[in-house]
Each structure stands twice: as structure tokens, then as C-alpha cells.
Design a protein around this ligand. Structure first.
Ligand code: HEC
Length: 152
């Protein structure tokens, strides 16, 4: 029993200590002249869907949820955001070259169709991101049109 109490005590202490490890949550400023939604003048419906379901991890407009302030969850959130932005950052869309844009659009369509995005764990706390089949169709149609007309 004594050891058990010690273990619990040290778990609490470690939990308290890790809260002091800083996680950078500052967003880079938004430049509308390179931001996907602004550059493409996306229709309001599309813009809303993207902002609700994708922009937290794929833009510099991340809105951090409450659990992002508690370690170790904060680390996992930040990891997803860093990784998400690395793959695709809508906030810097115009800085991508044609090949990258085309490949990202195609991958976006794929992830929407196979429902691998938004990340399933994210949907649990973000109801707005739980895209219906109709929402996915709207987005797929929108992105496919851009691919077909090569207007990336
Ligand atoms: C909770 C964070 C999060 C959200 C929300 C999110 N993504 Fe992602 N996304 C990631 C991460 C992390 C990766 C990189 C790892 C991976 O592919 O699973 C990624 C990768 C991608 C890729 C690149 C895949 C590749 O093969 O290079 C595309 C495209 C993508 N996401 C599209 C979307 C779209 C579209 C949405 C909204 C419908 C969305 N994501 C929402 C975190 C997120």
C-alpha cells in the first residue's frame, strides 16, 4: 500500500511539473494575399466548412481548445498542428508552386473522400468538424473544379 501511495504521489507531482513546460501557441500573422480562402474567394459555405474542419491544423488561424492548455494533451495537439501545417498550410497557399498546389488539392480530395480528415480524435471535441456526407461532397466538388480548371 505504501508503495502504491508513493507511486500516486509521484504521478501527481510529475503531472504538475510538466504543466510548466511551455508550448508555443502563438499564431503567425495572417496575410490575406496568400491565404487560400481569400485568394480563391471561396464561397461562404466552403470557407465555413474549411475553417471549422481544417483550419485549426492546416492554417495559421488555429483556435486552441481548452484541453490544449493541459500537458501532456497540449503536446499532442501541438504535434498535430505542426505536422498538419507542414503538410498543408492554407494560410500560405500562394507561396506554393503549381506542382505542390495540384498535389495538395488531389490529396485534399482523397482525404475528404476516404474520411481520413479531419483527424478522428479531433472530431470528438469539435462537432462542427464532423462533416456530413453532403458537406464532404460540397468540398470535393469545389476542389475538383479547381483541379479541372487548373485555377490553383
Ligand atoms: C487535428 C488536426 C487536423 C485537422 C483538423 C485536419 N488535419 Fe489534415 N493533417 C493533419 C496531420 C497531423 C497531417 C499529417 C499526417 C497525416 O497525413 O495523417 C495531415 C495531413 C493532411 C493532408 C496531407 C496528406 C498527405 O498525404 O500529405 C491533407 C491533404 C489534409 N491533411 C487535409 C485536411 C483537410 C481537407 C481537413 C479538413 C476537412 C483536415 N486535413 C483537417 C492534421 C489535421
Amino acid at each position: 500500500m505504501k508503495t502504491f501511495k508513493k507511486v500516486v504521489f509521484w504521478i501527481f507531482v510529475s503531472f504538475a511539473i510538466i504543466q510548466f513546460i511551455p508550448v508555443d501557441k502563438t499564431n503567425q500573422p495572417i496575410n490575406k494575399s496568400v491565404n487560400f480562402i481569400d485568394v480563391k474567394k471561396s464561397p461562404p459555405k466552403v470557407a465555413a466548412l474549411l475553417k471549422n474542419a481544417c483550419y485549426d491544423c492546416h492554417s495559421n488561424e488555429t483556435v486552441y481548445p481548452k484541453y490544449a492548455y493541459i500537458a501532456p494533451f497540449s503536446w499532442s495537439v501541438k504535434d498535430h498542428i505542426n505536422e498538419g501545417r507542414e503538410h498543408l498550410n492554407f494560410s500560405v497557399w500562394s507561396s506554393y508552386n503549381k506542382e505542390l498546389k495540384e498535389s495538395m488539392l488531389k490529396k485534399t480530395v482523397q482525404t475528404l473522400e476516404n474520411k481520413s480528415m479531419p483527424l478522428p480524435a479531433y472530431i470528438i471535441y469539435h462537432e462542427d468538424a464532423n462533416l456530413s456526407d453532403a458537406d464532404r461532397k460540397v468540398l470535393v466538388k469545389y476542389f475538383e473544379e479547381i483541379i479541372e480548371t487548373k485555377s490553383y
